[in-house]
Design a binder for this molecule. Structure first.
Ligand code: ATP
Ligand code: MG
Length: 333
């Protein structure tokens, strides 16, 4: 049985074939460490964790994973920690690998045969991190090793390329797919099934949270919750809500930044073929779910100088799961 795996900054999602269609299993990419002060408190703490995803670490502390970690953090007026940052294993978290491996084990379960393939998503190298040491190579190798140790055969696939497999069937696998995630925007230009150009930028949902938090003096996690609540339209002020007004404004800046970078990369590319017909652009990822985003990004992109004509800008059918679905399609080939 083949598995598609989206290893994202905010969600890890596994997709597999079931009798009634594709079955998805997802875990929020977050954790919190709970440390009891006495052995009795530790016993009580463990009882309280029954039914939740957690493991007991070598120092006796409990590491709670996923949505449960976020809820625990909110109870304690803290933010949950994250094992990934900007699309790759977080260099800021000492325990990132241990935690990611536990999450991978939880979504992948046990292999049924020794030849089970897991196609997992990786980000492309960013084009906007010139001044910083940033490389996706170690992330790919580490995730690959973890999947192998869990008993599967790992194969890496670019995240935006996976979206092309998921969304471009009716377009002869020709078009541009953009994954607006938490840490990154990943882009793939595909021509007749071949990935011609892949790159990423490092401003996306987390960047909106950071900027809107800085502008309003709120916590990033508070901004994120309000943003995901969705009572705003991209580019429009929200009466009585400075946070959502800032979110709506930074969405336009994100669309503008991404469209300009995309246009620039396309105009510079030597690999790009001459497209004879207009081509579709597909936006996906959690950040693309905001009301008015697809339309706003579409008109900003149309205003750029591009080496082809855009047929349409549309949203992926299931923007949170298109990567996992595309990885599954690749794994089943
Ligand atoms: N309804 C919504 N409106 C606005 N933003 C949303 C909504 N739902 C989720 N998001 C945002 O989408 C992002 C998560 O998207 P997604 O699951 O595609 O990312 P990821 O794959 O985990 O990250 P990455 O691809 O960057 O590694 C987060 O920033 C989250 O706040
Ligand atoms: Mg993603």
């Amino acid at each position: 049985m083949a598995i598609g795996l989206d290893v994202g900054t905010s969600f890890i999602i596994a997709a597999s074939e079931a009798a009634d269609g594709i079955q998805y299993k997802e875990v929020r990419d977050a954790f919190i460490r709970l440390k009891a002060t006495t052995p009795i408190a530790a016993k009580m703490m463990e009882k309280g964790l029954t039914g939740q995803k957690y493991f007991k670490d070598t120092d006796g502390s409990f590491v709670v994973i996923g949505q449960d970690a976020i809820e625990r953090a909110v109870e304690r007026h803290q933010s949950a920690s994250r094992p990934m940052h900007r699309g790759i294993i977080s260099p800021r978290e000492r325990d990132a690998r241990k935690i990611l491996k536990f999450i991978l084990g939880a979504v992948l379960a046990t292999p049924v045969s020794t030849s089970e393939v897991v196609v997992f998503s990786i980000p492309a190298q960013p084009v906007d991190q010139d001044g910083e040491a940033f490389d996706t190579g170690f992330h790919e190798d580490a995730i690959s090793n973890d999947i192998r140790e869990l008993g599967f055969i790992p194969k890496a696939l670019n995240e935006a390329e996976a979206i092309c497999y998921s969304e471009l069937e009716e377009d002869n696998y020709t078009g541009i797919c953009l994954s607006f995630g938490a840490g990154m925007v990943n882009v793939c230009v595909m021509s007749a099934g071949e990935a011609i150009l892949k790159f990423s930028t490092t401003k996306s949902g987390d960047w909106i949270d950071q900027m809107a938090a800085a502008a309003t003096g709120e916590q990033e996690s508070t901004v994120q919750v309000e943003k995901e609540g969705g009572s705003f339209t991209v580019g429009q002020e929200v009466k009585d809500s400075p946070v959502l007004s800032a979110v709506a404004a930074y969405y336009i800046r994100l669309a503008d930044y991404t469209a300009r970078t995309l246009a620039n990369e396309l105009m510079q590319s030597r690999a790009l073929p001459t497209f004879a017909t207009p081509i579709p652009v597909i936006v996906s990822g959690g950040t693309s779910r905001a009301q008015g985003f697809t339309t706003a990004f579409g008109s900003i992109l149309q205003a750029q100088k591009l080496p082809f004509i855009i047929k349409e800008v549309r949203q992926a059918k299931d923007p949170l799961r298109a990567v996992a679905r595309g990885c599954l399609i690749a794994a089943s080939l």
